[in-house]
Write a protein that binds this ligand. Sequence first.
Ligand SMILES: [Zn+2]
Length: 307
Amino acid sequence: MITAYQYRLRPNKQQIIEMDRWLSMLCAQYNYLLADRFDWYERNRSPVNACPLVCHLPDLRDNPDYYSQKKTLPNLKKTHPWYAEIYSQVLQDVVKRVKVTMNRFLKGDSNGKRSGRPRFKQRNRYRTFLYPQVKNDCLKGNLISLPMLGKIKIILHRPIPDGFKTKTVSITKKADGYYATLSLQDETVPTIKPDFNSESITGEDLNVKGLAKTNKAKSIHDAGWSSFLSILQTKAENAGLLTIGVSAYNTSQNCSACGVKVPKELSERWHNCPCGCSLDRDHNAAINIMNRAAGQPVLKAKSLRER
Ligand SMILES: [Zn+2]
């Protein structure tokens, strides 16, 4: 799953000058690469029913594509040395943007819907550049380190959720300043689809340290349980669900029907209570956990509001 967090940047004067300069150069390169693509079509394509019998044939050249355009970059840096002052992956990403926009025009998106002829961009409408790969530790304290721009002050108004890695950083110039959008990814848990009839997910607030001392230690550490819970919570919130942590105390021992404690070993997988309640041990515990969450003030407040 990928999610994106946007933060405001507080670059210094030198960094602002540099980012502005990059945007100008990247915009010029974008327009140049796009023109190169159009140029090929204008020279090498002709409607079948309107081809003149005698026509001038231009020098044939291969249709420029992502790879051939990418190969032009080293030469660009020789003829226009100031382009070497842009981080190479940021410059390469411009080639990719041209590819994406041309593909959408010629082939359409995944649904086959084609967009209009790509437009050349004016300098003031070219506002974003992308670092397609960043180190996971690029964010330290209130600073983000970006290759060739250095450390830029960032306003972390909310923390990066545990268990997520920073994959890409895009920098956008807006009317009120510069922003960084971090795309965050986790690879461990599938996306939650809220296709069940519930508004909340309840999880046991397990004492990881306590469990880690038992013979279950290895599997608990392997699972990275607290990291899992953090990812689950982030995912659930993105899906519009409420997450509630509840105390795990005696959830498997107590009867979910009458509340009496029915002691059992971990190996006993069935809950049998004198009150007649008989069900799978985990099912019983899950009902207890749900009931505990229902007693939480936040849920009460919510259900009161709905009344
Ligand atoms: Zn009972």
